[in-house]
Design a protein around this ligand. Structure first.
Ligand SMILES: CCC[C@H](O)CC(=O)SCCNC(=O)CCNC(=O)[C@H](O)C(C)(C)COP(=O)([O-])OP(=O)([O-])OC[C@H]1O[C@@H](n2cnc3c(N)ncnc32)[C@H](O)[C@@H]1OP(=O)([O-])[O-]
Length: 725
């Protein structure tokens, strides 16, 4: 392959008259422009050759195709590549050249056919797949729409309702389901894939199998009136679930056009809309997130040194509380044998009970069979001492946040665990250097900070001290991938990356209400911005105990920029501690539905009198935009500090940490990406103005000031960073 080209196709014509075209673009055979243009040339040649009767398309190395090369969108957005004529690929190549050809094509699908990959296969006249292959149109998740005819062919193959479900949820189906839906014509073992596809293609030529153009099928489409009702419902749901995104509705426009005015008009609409969505801000954000999420596992100086992850065969967890049991669940779900250690029988039983309950909820929801439940639970063993730790490869400590207890545990671990064993702590606040103070094993001590509930939340902060070895990080990155977490490697400090960003968010909200802003309007504005809930509703959910404990850490470590509000402590004195007590910033009914509480005013007024602040008429009447800026710019400020200190090595890691750890809306691209969309100068000027009026809590940090003075993006790499990694 030429180093300037991205992927290719190769064509081999067999003695049976079948031309097999193979897509080659590792690792997932994505459809780059080079692959697509090569495919076109191969087709033209196959159609013109007398020795070719039929065509089979397949993908190299067990993967059909992961879809259009997503980096191509970035090139178009940046203007480094000119977009081909609208509809050139989907209409001129895929429809008019391939589907309308006088020679039939069969797709031989192994492993996966996603996005453009599935769309290409749907333009073939039959599809043969291996068992378990993933088939889907996940484009909406990336901010784009299926643009190679998927909005037209999928409803015609599987019916409108199922097509809408697959497109709107971005969730793939397995080959077996695809077969029962009519998307796949036959499922055969991998070894028989190509021979079956070749035979099928020749059978079409010889009229022993039907020659079906998906685009011309109508039997699965509902009558027009019914189709309109289904689409109307889908629009309503989409508006509710994704109010800040335009592309899902634009995708529905293309689908509707095809049903109302025919597939050709539908294809044209799809091409027009597909080209428009590329420049939406939400699309830019989502594509940035796709690559950033995969980039978190690439740590300069760690993963680029050729280290190979060691095999972790057995893991021990100390502490069967909420975190320990969640971590144990995540591990056994990925087939790791786990020992759960507790201090006595009662606690051990409770810990194992929690793991059981986590799995049972899957059985109840139908996502886990009873047999799988039994098999998974059999991977968990309880223990009350360290004897069984002699052959473990990794220990994760998940006990309460008490330094001397943790120090004792790590000293014991050093005695009982093998020399190579990774010693991880799930602490969310305590300095890892202190935890390992009584050991000589500093190089294998690492933080494995899970988020609650650990078996559900997708983020894993891997915390590295100055002593942690690169091998240990590589091992933990591998475990993270196997248990389906997105790892972000961060340096050692109070709060690491996520909690450092969380503190100013809640503190800003407390400041605003103390100065007269309405907490319920703040929550509403922040939910509208795209957070799962506002800061006050969140405080109620996590409970005031946790909120006070984390705030205390921040006050102790960063006193110069902490806003100390008494609202939460005052409420706690009155036994209002959040949702668990049915009273917090909101009141909760039997069904845990939240409603505003007029009594809240009393606590706010008292807190205001303690802090000595006054109601500020400007803050009483904040617009939604001002609310967002006053709560999130302090977060941006803290993210800048985390970046400048080298706690995070890439700004994009903070984007992922904010999305997965705080619930920051992915379509805004993450905290730094969003900040850059407004510009460092603007953010600096706002914070600077507020700090002059309201104090140091808002004071822009030196990094932000410097970037603003140069007009530079916040996400540009930190030169000669005082990296802690
Ligand atoms: C006009 C166009 C119309 C069309 O309808 C639009 C589309 O098709 S939109 C597309 C619709 N398709 C999708 O949305 C599918 C998106 N992809 C996926 O969901 C997963 O990657 C997949 C399930 C395929 C493999 O999961 P896994 O085994 O856990 O592996 P992994 O996830 O770690 O990825 C491994 C490497 O492959 C890379 N890469 C992957 N796909 C693409 C791509 N399409 N392109 C480029 N690169 C891609 C990925 O960046 C990573 O690179 P690196 O340098 O090693 O970090």
């Amino acid at each position: 392959m030429d180093s300037r080209t991205k992927g290719k196709t190769v064509m081999e014509v067999g003695g049976d008259g079948v031309a097999v075209i193979t897509l080659i673009n590792p690792p997932v055979n994505s459809l780059s422009f080079d692959v697509l243009y090569n495919l076109k040339s191969n087709y033209e040649e196959a159609l013109s050759r007398n020795d070719v009767k039929a065509i089979v398309i397949t993908g190299a190395k067990g993967k059909f195709s992961g879809g259009f090369d997503i980096s191509g969108f970035g090139e178009i957005q940046k203007g480094t590549r000119k977009e081909p004529k609208v509809g050139y690929i989907s209409i001129d190549i895929i429809t008019d050249l391939l589907e309308a050809a006088r020679k039939p094509s069969v797709a031989a699908i192994d492993g996966l056919a996603l996005g453009g990959g599935l769309e290409l296969s749907m333009a073939c006249h039959a599809r043969i797949s291996t068992p378990g292959a993933q088939l889907g149109l996940p484009e909406l998740q990336l901010g784009v729409i299926p643009g190679f005819g998927g909005t037209q062919r999928l409803p015609r193959l599987v019916g409108l309702t199922k097509a809408l479900e697959m497109i709107l949820t971005s969730k793939p189906v397995r080959a077996e389901e695809g077969h029962s839906l009519g998307l796949i014509d036959a499922v055969v073992p991998s070894a028989e894939l190509l021979t079956t596809a070749r035979r099928w293609a020749l059978d079409i030529v010889e009229r022993r199998k039907p020659w079906i153009s998906s685009l011309l099928k109508t039997d699965k489409l509902p009558p027009l009136g019914e189709a309109r009702e289904i689409l109307k419902f889908a629009r309503g749901q989409t508006r509710k679930q994704a109010p800040n995104m335009k592309h899902p509705l634009m995708c529905l426009d293309a689908l509707e056009m095809g049903i109302v005015s025919g597939p050709r008009a539908g294809l044209e609409k799809e091409a027009e809309v597909g080209s428009q969505v590329i420049s939406l801000d939400t699309t830019k954000g989502l594509i940035h997130v796709f690559f950033s999420q995969r980039g978190t596992a690439k740590v300069p100086g760690v993963t680029d040194g050729g280290l190979v992850p060691r095999k972790i065969k057995k893991v021990a967890i100390i502490g069967g509380g909420l975190m320990g049991s969640g971590i144990a669940t995540a591990l056994i779900l990925s087939n790791y044998p786990v020992i759960l250690k507790e201090v006595n029988e009662k606690f051990l039983e409770a810990g194992i009970g929690r793991v059981k309950a986590n799995l049972q909820s899957r059985v109840r929801k139908g996502s886990m069979s009873k047999e799988k439940f039994e098999k998974t639970m059999s991977l968990l063993k309880g223990s009350l001492d360290y004897e069984s730790f002699r052959d473990v490869d990794m220990v994760i400590e998940a006990v309460i946040e008490n330094i001397s207890l943790k120090q004792q545990i790590f000293a014991d671990l050093e005695k009982y665990c093998p020399q190579h064993c990774i010693l991880a702590s799930n602490t969310s606040t305590i300095d890892l250097n202190k935890i390992g103070e009584r050991t000589k094993s500093q190089d294998r001590i690492v933080g494995a900070h899970f988020f609650s509930p650990a078996h559900v939340m997708p983020l894993l902060e891997i915390v590295r001290t100055n002593h942690t070895s690169a091998q240990v990080i590589v091992d933990l990155l591998d475990v993270g991938k196997k248990i389906k977490k997105t790892p972000v490697v961060v340096g050692n400090c109070t709060g690491f990356a996520v909690n450092r960003m969380f503190f100013p968010y809640t503190q800003a909200a407390m400041f605003l209400v103390e100065r007269g802003a309405d907490p319920y309007l703040i929550d509403m504005a922040i939910s509208k911005f795209g957070m799962p809930m506002g800061p006050f509703r969140l405080c109620d959910l996590v409970g005031f105990g946790v909120a006070i404990a984390t705030a205390t850490q921040f006050i102790e470590n960063f006193p110069e920029r902490t806003y100390k509000s008494m609202i939460i402590p005052l409420m706690q004195e009155d036994k209002r501690a959040g949702e668990a007590t049915r009273k917090g910033f909101y009141l909760y009914d039997d069904k845990r539905k939240a409603k505003p509480d007029p009594e809240l005013k009393k606590y706010i007024e008292k807190a205001r009198s303690i802090s000595g602040g006054n109601v500020d008429p400007k803050l009483v009447k904040l617009s939604e935009k001002e609310i967002i800026e006053m709560t999130f710019f302090p977060v941006v400020n803290e993210a800048c500090r985390v970046f400048a200190e080298g706690i995070a090595v890439k700004a994009a890691d903070l984007d992922i940490a904010a999305i997965m750890g705080m619930g920051f809306p992915p379509y805004r691209g993450g905290i730094m990406f969003w900040a850059d969309s407004m510009g460092s100068k603007y953010i600096y000027s706002r914070l600077d103005e507020w700090s002059k009026t309201y104090g140091d809590f808002f004071k822009p940090c030196a990094f932000l000031a410097e970037r603003a003075s140069k007009g530079a993006p916040l996400s540009a790499p930190v030169e000669q960073a005082r990296s802690r990694l």
